[in-house]
Design a binder for this molecule. Structure first.
Ligand SMILES: CC(=O)SCCNC(=O)CCNC(=O)[C@H](O)C(C)(C)COP(=O)(O)OP(=O)(O)OC[C@H]1O[C@@H](n2cnc3c(N)ncnc32)[C@H](O)[C@@H]1OP(=O)(O)O
Length: 423
């Protein structure tokens, strides 16, 4: 029986296809292949397919337009009446209606799309990055585009890209085509390797766009007259992970939020651990680099006991940790000051409290009993409020022990995040 069972995560192979003409270097591949992390929403909780030998579920997408091709092949299939899983039909239900099954036709489309696709909506952010292993050391360009379901062409595009939510976000599901949803898509923007031909009447574009990931956001009413934008889904495709693009896409969203007067704050729906780390890292770096915030937070010595050029300068002038704590950050933090900054920076309440606590931990002198006590009480007060219902079910002594235990594990996690963020 084992021979006829296949792991559906291994069987499903995803490729992003781009034009041969779009190769930057000889090593550059025009077919980027990878596998899903999850297929349980499609193939069931055990992620196994029964009834085939050498099963290959070949799913290809044009790298920019995401036009989709599906083909299922195998070397042998159990004959009836064996209960064979229909690998093709099970996946088809989740694909856009216009998916292709003819490879020659798909390749033709992919070739054309690869050279002519232009992102939908409005460009909101761009950055450059030097690709490691890029022989000529050239900086690559990346762009983030904002669109909604009522952006012409975008709803159909979304039906192509939403599959990545099922394949990479645990517990992820498709969203309704409610016009309020907002989307930000990340693309690599490549200068065409082969110059466009001048002969044709319609001039060909100088650049090509290749999809790398996206995020969906939903606006909720926020009293009295603005919205709270809740980040719901966020995915960077595997070939582009661990290169700083997740941080860049998050920064693009945050920059958009800051620049949009209607948006009061950015919140995140049920974040996965990896995303929470990414967000903490980005938010911490933003705060430390914010001259006005850092100046007020840490007092005259700027970053005071923190790291970076200001700290070293401050120490050289004899400004140690004790001096650094004259700022509003405390501990304890000046609550009115913190709320003013939270609102200005459009960060959600709990997240801003955590960030403040992390920055305090970075600076507090644990050997100073007064400072450490002030820090402990401030963090415990927040934890107490946050876990009120659970804590109230415990006896007083047990409650104190639980709170102390939680405080220690929170500090441990903060130290891990601070080390990772390198602030
Ligand atoms: C609200 C929600 O949607 S929650 C769901 C979140 N999404 C998912 O879980 C879907 C699957 N995962 C993903 O899409 C991605 O892995 C994400 C979004 C979690 C992270 O995206 P990435 O592009 O990998 O993020 P980024 O590269 O900025 O940082 C990730 C790691 O790469 C490291 N990194 C950053 N730049 C570089 C670099 N140049 N070279 C090597 N490593 C780097 C970071 O330090 C970080 O380290 P970590 O692995 O210890 O966390």
């Amino acid at each position: 029986m084992g021979d006829w069972t296949t792991d559906s995560n291994d069987a499903l192979t995803i490729s992003l296809v781009r034009s041969e003409k779009d190769k930057l270097t000889a090593e550059d591949t025009n077919l980027v292949e990878f596998h899903p992390t999850f297929t349980y929403p499609i193939y069931g909780t055990d992620e196994k397919l029964y009834g085939y030998k050498d099963l290959l579920i070949d799913l290809r997408l044009a790298s920019g337009s995401l036009r989709t091709y599906l083909n299922v092949s195998y070397s042998a299939k159990l004959p009836p009446p064996s209960p064979v899983d229909d690998a093709e039909a099970m996946l088809q239900k989740f694909l856009p209606e216009d998916f292709e099954t003819d490879l020659a036709k798909f390749n033709e489309y992919a070739e054309e799309d690869s050279l002519n696709f232009k992102p939908y909506g409005k460009k909101i952010y761009e950055y450059t990055k030097r690709a490691s292993g890029d022989a000529d050391g050239e900086e690559r360009q990346y762009e983030v585009w904002h669109a909604k379901f009522d952006t012409p062409g975008f709803a159909a595009y979304h039906r192509r890209m939403q599959l990545f939510i099922l394949l990479y976000i645990e517990g992820g599901s498709y969203v309704d085509e409610d016009p309020a949803w907002e989307f930000v898509c990340l693309y690599e923007k490549r200068k065409r390797a082969t110059p466009p031909s001048d002969s044709s009447d319609a001039p060909e574009p100088q650049h090509t766009y290749h999809f790398m990931g996206y995020s969906s956001l939903y606006p909720f009413y926020c009293f009295p007259s603005r919205v709270r934008l809740r980040l719901s889904q966020f995915v960077i495709l595997p070939p582009f992970q661990h290169a700083g693009h997740g941080a860049a896409l998050y920064t693009a969203i945050y920059t958009y939020v800051l620049a949009t007067p209607d948006v009061a704050e950015l919140t995140v729906e049920d974040p996965a651990e990896a995303f929470e780390d990414l967000r903490d890292r980005c938010d911490l770096r933003m705060l430390v680099a914010h001259a006005r915030f850092a100046g007020e937070a840490f007092g005259e010595g700027g970053l005071g006991g923190g790291v970076g050029p200001v700290r070293h300068g401050a120490r050289a002038k004899g400004k140690g940790k004790a001096k650094a704590r004259v700022g509003k950050l405390g501990p304890p933090v000046d609550k009115a000051w913190a709320e003013k900054w939270r609102a200005e920076l459009k960060i959600a309440g709990r997240q801003f409290s955590r960030l403040v606590e992390m920055l305090q931990l970075l600076h507090v002198d644990e050997a100073d009993p007064r400072a450490w006590r002030a820090y402990r009480l401030q963090v415990k007060e927040r934890l107490y409020r946050f876990n009120f219902e659970v804590l109230m079910q415990l006896e007083k002594v047990e409650r104190q022990e639980k709170l102390e235990e939680t405080f220690r594990s929170v500090c441990e996690d903060y130290r891990r995040i601070l080390a990772m963020a390198k602030v």
